[in-house]
Write a protein that binds this ligand. Structure first.
Ligand code: SF4
Ligand code: SF4
Length: 159
């Protein structure tokens, strides 16, 4: 069982086999979620600043798409090497129509409101209960979380 800000959920265990070996992951059970495209995860909130940390693969993808001057360099938060710039408390790529770089967005943008904490070959999937998408959409099952872990492995060059 894991305790978030206002929720306690059971966790389940899963296993992944990749060419680089076996991994295990722990994921929340009994979660219903669907993105409402509100854009709240692309900007600061009253309870926390939004930090979109960037992997080397995120930076490379955005640069390959022709983007420049989008990151602040950071140190001591490996494997992340940068943080997406903001303007007026929102990501520089957030527009009224949505994300300007959607196909090239960072891994953390793709997985939110979930993120993954890693300990060697073991992954634990955390989530931000404040996302308004919880309670909507379908029930998220093991395959959904397995895909999140696989994405993380691929982006880090481990899969
Ligand atoms: S992930 Fe959540 S906070 Fe972000 S746009 Fe979707 S519903 Fe809004
Ligand atoms: S890159 Fe796109 S999805 Fe990610 S925070 Fe910026 S606007 Fe949102």
């Amino acid at each position: 069982m894991k305790e978030g800000d206002d929720i306690v959920v059971p966790y389940a265990w899963g296993k992944i086999s990749t060419p680089s070996g076996e991994y295990e992951f722990y994921y929340p059970k009994g979660i219903w979620w669907g993105c409402k495209r509100c854009g709240a995860c692309c900007r600061d909130a009253s309870h926390r600043p939004r930090r979109v940390l960037l992997l080397p693969s995120d930076v490379a993808r955005l640069e390959k798409a022709g983007e420049k001057d989008f990151k602040l360099d950071i140190k001591g938060e490996e494997p992340f090497v940068g943080e997406m710039k903001k303007a007026g408390g929102a990501c520089i790529y957030l527009t009224k129509e949505g994300c300007k770089v959607y196909p090239h967005r960072a891994l953390l943008c793709r997985t939110y409101p979930f993120w993954i904490e890693r300990d060697g070959r073991s992954f634990e999937i955390m989530f931000d209960r404040r996302c308004i998408g919880f309670g909507h959409g379908g029930e998220l099952r093991e395959d959904f979380f397995r895909d999140l872990v696989l994405q993380a492995l691929e982006q880090r060059g481990d899969a």
